[in-house]
Design a protein around this ligand. Sequence first.
Ligand SMILES: Nc1ncnc2c1ncn2[C@@H]1O[C@H](COP(=O)(O)OP(=O)(O)O)[C@@H](O)[C@H]1O
Ligand SMILES: [Mg+2]
Length: 134
Amino acid sequence: MEVQSCVKIISEWDIVAARQLGRDIAKKMGFGTVDQARIATAISELARNIYLYAQKGSICIEEVFTVDRKGIKVLSIDEGPGIADIRRAMEDGYTTSGGLGAGLPGVKRLMDDFSINTEVGKGTEILTIKWLRS
Ligand SMILES: Nc1ncnc2c1ncn2[C@@H]1O[C@H](COP(=O)(O)OP(=O)(O)O)[C@@H](O)[C@H]1O
Ligand SMILES: [Mg+2]
């Protein structure tokens, strides 16, 4: 797979679709079932956050390569309200919606690379990668 696949997140069904796409791509790339589940769960959490906080956005998934390894890149993009305090948002249990507050810290644990780019009033981009160990 060379092209990036994006799923627009508008309804709760799209969360399921993004999760499934991620699992399919991870499986094709050779990730084991446990990693497939980790990647699918991370995608679910990111997509649910888009749905809850930004109302709409996209989850884009693509295979990435370096000289000695490959990985699955999951990018969450929205033009929602942004996150005012990233440090707090990354704490276990911090939520502004009465949720569990386990989503973002969970995604960070489930994936290998994790970075957030957000601006209040502009939106949020979260880039994560899971590397395939051979
Ligand atoms: N895409 C987003 N846009 C705006 N705010 C977000 C986004 N994702 C997460 N947040 C903020 O970060 C907080 C923590 O997110 P998370 O760890 O997923 O916990 P929860 O969704 O259970 O509240 C959310 O309560 C919300 O305030
Ligand atoms: Mg969440």
